[in-house]
Design a protein around this ligand. Structure first.
Ligand SMILES: [Zn+2]
Length: 108
């Protein structure tokens, strides 16, 4: 029994090859790069880390247009928003339990 590692994908930002579960699939829709969270959107997809740095790298290289086979520039605003949201969730996502501890005054 050999356990298959499965297919690896390349992050178009940093060119690291890794498992698809580590990456976000994106597709081009109407000139925009949109995150395909459920991985169900049709068409050509590209893969990117959940990392704004990788997004920046991919943008600079025009990797989206190349990977998604789109002519012209693509708008990444939606994708950036998505990543920023993810980032916020993982870094400061812990809800602060501001439970007011009421001092129970003992009337005795
Ligand atoms: Zn990356």
């Amino acid at each position: 029994m050999t356990q298959a590692i499965g297919p690896v994908r390349t992050c178009i930002g940093c060119r690291t090859r890794t498992l698809p579960s580590e990456l976000l699939r994106v597709v081009a829709v109407d000139g925009s790069v949109v995150p395909d969270v459920r991985r169900r959107l049709p068409g050509r997809g590209a893969w990117l880390h959940f990392d704004l740095e990788c997004l920046r790298n991919a943008e600079r290289r025009r990797a989206f247009s190349r990977a998604l086979r789109v002519q012209g520039s693509l708008d990444v605003a939606l994708l950036r928003e998505h990543l920023e949201q993810q980032h916020r969730n993982t870094t400061s996502g812990q809800p602060r339990g501001q439970q007011e501890t009421r001092k129970q005054v003992d009337p005795s």
